[in-house]
Design a protein around this ligand. Structure first.
Ligand SMILES: *Cc1c(COP(=O)(O)O)cnc(C)c1O
Length: 370
């Protein structure tokens, strides 16, 4: 009860880490004592353990999720005029990666479920389209069957943005092996997070893999021999050692998120808000539990009501990519769902060690509001 009296945090990372404190300390100490801090045995071991977990051939540790996306796109060998389609309702990194990879950003709308709308994506295709980036938003896979069908017909590559979807499944297969290449982030708040920045790229395509390996490490195959101009984007040994520990807990943590989501759903059914869509075609891992209310005005009042009762909330995302100042120079069509969701979405506290009594406090406050 004291926990709830102090309020309910949106996310309590310190609480998450202390659940594993000894094993994490052990992992960090092992690296400290090894004298190897970059490109050593921990990264190699993590890459193969992560690839096994996902059921893919190859994984490469990189510096963060945005660079994972950028290197994935560069791994496809894009030219400056090539277009890449991205849903407008996503974290801005998905769009940034396209520009930073030297390609042209084309936005499309999402559906009611917040995932890329396949019709809108199809309408955005031109003869220059080379790739599409479905974002597995909030921890749920995009409709990969429909996307693959359109992509195959148009000769377009699929780059999964799996930054919010570690362990999510689509028809029994895990995110990360559902397209040509996939990008993950291990930013601390993600379902699989490290103690700083980190990311990974996964693929079953050996040619793309080899290219991405070079791109992430100075274009180097052998020390002081550089085949192409590459960047320095690597996961370091301490982060890899921590991630090896956290990976063993990922399934349990995702189950806890699912249990929290189920408890929210049960208590919130009947209130005038839209609960997150959960498709039966796969496994949602609830990186975020986002509800939609009826207007931005109502959302503002609700957030205030919750804040006064110690409940911390967030909005993912208050501005769709097409409304970001960074992308304002282009003229975009209207994206009805992305724009409406940006005004009405509200993310409730969600993390594996969130207690049922904390969830009950949140849902009581929501009931009280109406
Ligand atoms: C977090 C995130 C990224 C970027 O990852 P970083 O490691 O923060 O660079 C990209 N796409 C989505 C959807 C994300 O949530």
């Amino acid at each position: 009860m004291t926990l709830v009296a102090q309020g309910v945090p949106f996310l309590d990372l310190a609480r998450e880490q202390t659940m594993d404190l000894e094993r994490i300390e052990g992992a960090v100490k092992r690296v400290l004592e090894s004298g190897r801090y970059v490109l050593g045995p921990e990264v190699g071991a993590f890459e193969s353990e992560f690839a096994d977990y996902l059921g893919v051939q190859h994984a490469i540790g990189v510096a963060n999720g945005q660079e994972a996306l950028e290197i994935a796109l560069r791994g496809l060998g894009l030219c400056p005029d090539d277009e890449v389609i991205v849903p407008s309702m996503t974290f801005v990194a998905t769009a940034n990666a396209v520009q930073l990879a030297g390609a042209r950003l084309v936005l499309c709308d999402v559906g009611r479920d917040g995932l890329i709308d396949v019709e809108s994506m199809q309408a955005a295709i031109t003869e220059r389209t080379r790739a599409v980036i479905p974002v597995h938003l909030y921890g749920q896979c995009a409709n990969m069957d429909a996307i693959a069908e359109v992509a195959r017909r148009h000769g377009i590559k699929i780059v999964e943005d799996a930054a919010q979807a570690h362990g999510a499944e689509f028809r029994g297969r895990r995110a990360g092996g559902l397209g040509d290449v996939a990008a993950f982030s291990f930013y601390p708040s993600k379902n699989l997070g490290c103690l700083g920045d980190g990311g990974a790229i996964t693929t079953n395509d050996t040619e793309i893999y080899e290219r991405m390996r070079l791109l992430s490490n100075y274009g180097s195959v052998r020390k002081y021999q550089h085949e192409i101009v590459g960047r320095n984007s690597r996961l370091d040994e301490i982060q890899a050692a921590v991630l090896r520990v956290r990976l063993t807990d990922l399934e349990i943590c995702n189950e806890r998120r699912k249990a929290a989501a189920a408890r929210y759903r049960q208590a919130l059914a009947g209130l005038p808000l839209a609960l997150p869509t959960e498709h039966s075609r796969g496994k949602h891992v609830y990186h975020v539990f986002a509800v939609n209310v009826s207007s931005s005005d109502e959302r503002g009042r609700l957030r205030e009501h919750l804040k006064e009762r110690g409940v911390d909330t967030q909005c993912h995302y208050p501005l769709p990519v097409h409304d970001q100042p960074a992308y304002a120079s282009a003229t975009w069509p209207t994206f009805e769902h992305a724009s409406r969701q940006a005004r009405t979405t509200l993310s409730l506290p969600m993390f594996p060690s969130l207690k049922f009594e904390e969830i009950d406090h949140v849902t009581r406050c929501l009931q009280e509001f109406w």
